[in-house]
Design a binder for this molecule. Sequence first.
Ligand code: ADP
Ligand code: ZN
Ligand code: ZN
Length: 706
Amino acid sequence: MRVRVLVEAPQHSGLTGPLNYLAHQLLLPGTVVRVPLGRRTVTGVVWDALADEAAQAWDLAQLKPVIEVLPDLPPLPLAWRQLIKFASAYYQRGLGEMAMMVLPPELRQLDAVQWARRFKRLNKALAQPADAVDAPEALPELTPEQQVVLDALAPPASLLPSPGGGAAAPSSTFLLWGSTGSGKTEVYLRQADRALQAGRQVLLMVPEINLTPQLEARVAARFAGRHIVSLHSGLTPAQRLRNWMLAHLGLADIVLGTRLAVFTPMPRLGLVVVDEEHDPSYKQQDGARYSARDLAVYRGLLEKVPVILGSATPSLETWFNALPVADGGAGRYQRLTMPSRVGQGSMPRVRRLDLSREPKPRPGQEAPPLAQALLDAIAERIERGEQSLVLLNRRGYAPVLQCSDCGWKSECPQCSAWRVFHKVDRTLRCHHCGLTDRVPRACPNCGNLDIHPVGRGTEKLEEQLAQALPAARVGRIDADVTKLKGALEDKLASVHAGEVDILVGTQMVAKGHDFRRITLVAAVNPDAALFASDFRAAERQFALLLQAAGRAGRDASVAHSSEMWVQTWHPDHPLYAALARYDYESFARQQLKERQSAGLPPYAHLAMLRAEGKTQEAAQGFLEDAAKLVEELAAELGGILLYPPVPTAVQRVANIERAQMLIEADSRPALQRLLSRSTETWLALAQQHRPRGLVRWAVDVDPLAI
Ligand code: ADP
Ligand code: ZN
Ligand code: ZN
């Protein structure tokens, strides 16, 4: 018979659908097979089989046969195939590309013999019982808010298949909107327990790999004796395959993972949790640019299981979906609220420090990193044995080096960006293309010896704080110090052990960590986001500051003296005013109003056509022609706006020029129709533009940054 098989085929190859092969045995859809492709043998997934009559109409003799089937590997389930189909259509990528991208890399490389060997070893590992823990931990008594939320979440009965074996109770998507430290995780764990009790599997998603060990420990302590596996890009290929198999075979009870985990086949799935659902990390930023949060919601509907989206600062899209229709929202999700922190903990008091009232630095001098009042407040805490967290979202020592004589600056030769000065190893590093060189001894332009850093990054802030408060132990956490495996864990442990008085960090430290002794959080330079061109900048900044504030006052004994300082030139800005009251709701209301009048998401739907070329003209030229090709269709569909192509914010990276074209639509179906009818045309167009210097192009549906 004839089968159609998905194989990995890059989009530009034009092979976007399944390919035809000949099978000498019955192959169920979802079966993982090895097939010939050109001169290679590749792994593929059987998409469907054609009925005999249809197959006969074909010249079967022309088809190449399937080479082998990976033994003992159950076919990928219908729900998995449906999710792949949806994601491929929605994000405008080939089916085969999508399917292969989400399978463990190792699975794609093994032939049947290698797989059989691997499976044997795996089977031994599977036979081992989950780690037993002596005594299960005692459950905390639920807070009244947690109780209300858990009552509202689907009761256990709805998790069981109905007697006829048909669908479970109507599925539901919930937004759990709870302050940081309100005990959302406890709610996830209780709800997970219900699902486990009902014999189901649980998918728990976190935005960042850094946050998985913490949650893993908590989950392991709670569910001793259960099979818990993690899935993220930090695993070795062998670990990833093993964990994926455990989930796929239905042996793992809980799968804990980052965005790629959303595609894990789980035959007994009963609950999906997306923690910190607003986090940008859920959106893949290259290749198939999918949103794992949105796919999780779709998957929940598909498999009829509840999905809990948790956040203290939901994305405005989610907020809008959870807002009742009567309040101008979409009323699609059920909103559950937990405003209070657990125990006597309260959110720190917000203090806006007006930088315009600070003494002016002398000419030629740089303003100190922290105002005196803030330094005093930190010093006070050190005396009391408490810790402070100082946030600066810029790593390195200084963002640029400059010659005092001729004005030379440390520009990256390959990008339209400055190279950042890193003092630790005296290098200039480009944060866009990675180009790294030793710092020159003299100005490369005029030979002047006086080249100096301008501006401030976390390295310099760390140094300056150590100078300003000589008795303090200053630590730093950012992407530079945590590059080595285990470095972040070590750093965090030293903070928890009280070996650090002041922790300097980027947004990396603002998220999730349960610091008990931090009583002061300071945002040193948060103003830039107020005037950024990206319409989501304010939303992101509000979330970040609130998250950061949430690191302080987690312990009731110190909560009353906790403070969040914001150094700003705009103390009256509505964003800070809302932050000072921890009033996400009014912040969201005001943002939604702006979005509505500007025709932005969630009131409009966006796609970004991105192009990279050898020249800016090449990139923009492609976009212009792409727009021309679909103008008519756009007009016909109606409510679609094609913006003119523009260079991206950082226009050149690694000597490649970048441009983008925004497509805005009133309705999602219209946008989807436009894209699905245009992608083929654009593929062909791209081929024509390659000789003219087009390097790459892509569609980004629901882009995060514009
Ligand atoms: P969130 O996920 O909302 O930030 P967590 O679930 O991490 O909050 O809870 C914050 C802290 O409160 C954790 O240390 C957790 O162990 C504790 N906690 C949560 N629920 C309770 C409860 N019902 N009783 C006592 N402590 C709790
Ligand atoms: Zn010079
Ligand atoms: Zn560069």
